[in-house]
Design a protein around this ligand. Sequence first.
Ligand code: MD3
Ligand code: FE
Length: 206
Amino acid sequence: AEVAPGAVHLPGRLTAEQQRGLLADCRRWALPPAGLRTVTMPRGGTMSVRQLSLGWHWYPYGYARTVVDGDGAPVKPFPPELGALAEQLVAEAGLPPAGAPYDVALINFYPAGARMGMHRDSDERSPAPVVSLSLGDSCVFRFGTPESRGRPWRDTELRSGDAFVFGAASRLAYHGVPRTRPGTAPAALGLTGRLNITLRVSGLSP
Ligand code: MD3
Ligand code: FE
């Protein structure tokens, strides 16, 4: 379902088994060194989501090969199977191929009450689509325009197992997560809270 030009929602795209596998992977990746961390913004506030990067480490606002704003450890490698999944989902969304390998996974964990304010993802030096995978609790996903942080926007629900591809005219749109819905995760998954994995092309040289 195309929600806006270049923004394609693939509801229920991941099987229960794929979701369990990704969650088990995330639990391993979350361990130190270079594990799940709290992000401090340049003005001193902290993000309510906890975060983890693979391939390249995202910090406010750039990419590095080590956790420059944390334990300093080298970032864990980007798993090639996530790149293959991203390429397949871009094709299913009917968007042109990225043209460069996917090389970043940015993983956000939302405990109950966590949210993400409206922002644009503009630290990548590639126009390749961003692919989002949702696990656990449902959330309200707010999708705006490339021009401003404010209205107009559209609210849609993201559920465990959904994929979403953001390319073309939607790649630089403002977006955020104003709330999650605690307790809505599939019981069989065994996750309290919400996980979102975004797959990206950094545009940086290896
Ligand atoms: C539209 N994550 O990590 S996923 C982020 O659910 C981020 O954790 C949210 O925004 C989350 O930067 C939203 C949907 C999403 C992700 C990246 C996008 C939408 C996007 C990049 C460009 C346009
Ligand atoms: Fe984002």
